[in-house]
Design a protein around this ligand. Sequence first.
Ligand SMILES: NC(=O)c1ccc[n+]([C@@H]2O[C@H](COP(=O)([O-])OP(=O)(O)OC[C@H]3O[C@@H](n4cnc5c(N)ncnc54)[C@H](O)[C@@H]3O)[C@@H](O)[C@H]2O)c1
Length: 402
Amino acid sequence: MPFQEVVEAQGHLIDSHIMENIFDKVVEYHGRFEVEQFRIGRTNSEASYLRLKVEAPDHESIERLLASLLELGCAPVDSGAAQLAEVERDRCAPEDFYSTTNHRTYVRIGPEWTEVRNQRMDALIVVREGQAFCRRLRDLRAGDRIVVGLRGIRVAPESKERDRLAFAFMSNGISSERQVETAVRQTAALVRHTLEQKQKVVVVAGPVVVHTGGVAGLAALIRRGSVQALLSGNALGVHDAEAALYGTSLGIRLSDGRQEEHGHRNHMRAINAIYRAGGVRQAVESGRLQSGILYECVKAGVPFVLAGSLRDDGPLPETITDMNAAQDAYARELAGAGLVLCLGSMLHSIATGNMLPSWVKIVCVDINPAVVTKVSDRGTGQAVGVVADVGLFLDLLSKALA
Ligand SMILES: NC(=O)c1ccc[n+]([C@@H]2O[C@H](COP(=O)([O-])OP(=O)(O)OC[C@H]3O[C@@H](n4cnc5c(N)ncnc54)[C@H](O)[C@@H]3O)[C@@H](O)[C@H]2O)c1
């Protein structure tokens, strides 16, 4: 094995399963490892330390192995400063650009390790005036200096928290219907804790919130100050207005679950009513819209973002149909979030998960375990999934926080 490197990692390596992942990676790349040093953290808070010699049969394997180990928090010892290269054309990076993870990342600029700002996955790292920032490929500009290669980069994966607010317990698996009440209690505790820490609680919601009778619960949470931003799509706005104006959701009466005669027109009537008022805000201010999720947002000054999609009717005047602008608007509202509640929208929940750094907590509620797994599957301790009806969940959550 002619190609070798000594790497080191620090953190809760054992109980966060990082150590076994590191060993597995080496084997996966047909390499060999030798533990040169391992110091186990002796208390709850003390980190463990690992120094490992890794070997691989060829240059390509060792480079790919080092890239994978970096994501697990294993960086070469004495790697020197990060290598920078200049961008020659807008949106075009040098081929060996470093692509970020959602974990806290540090780059070595000269002798100093600097934390990368605006951390998110699938971005590049731009270095300017001694500081490092995550930047999306489409935002790269000619003349930017970006990090290339794997040297001078350290990634700190989130480690499993030792039962702070029982999040560790929650994240042990996707909970089933039987555990909904427990999940609600723990989510309520997280909401309280997030607000006490002066961080934002952001709700990402799909129209199924309206279809399942979740409007009252979510509206109450917004009214009482438990939600600082709402991220959604056109349909939530449309059906929320339909429910408020005509008492139906997709033509189904919310009072008794029966199809209303000619009810299929109602969501189009709702879009028309909002257009006639000049927009959601004007509809609230003029008294046309007197209840619902968006009504409470306007009343409470809680920002909402409606991102467009190919499926949209209307769309409502507030719906942002330029996808890049919609992503930017989501990212703006997610800044400063401590907790994100993803409620019954595969599209928007996954999109939001991709924008968040790994230390922002996510509670994802969906009836489909596959969606919950997809959102939850983003590193130890970040996300928990609750497989449940979102209307029921919101009803219980608003009562738990009342
Ligand atoms: N009239 C319209 O304009 C219109 C209508 C529908 C969707 N859309 C748009 O299409 C895009 C995708 O829509 P989406 O987010 O609804 O679809 P989606 O498929 O991305 O997500 C819907 C999710 O709801 C879950 N779900 C279904 N019933 C549930 C329940 N009872 N409890 C909990 N979860 C449940 C599903 O498992 C699924 O994951 C959005 O941008 C939306 O605005 C527009």
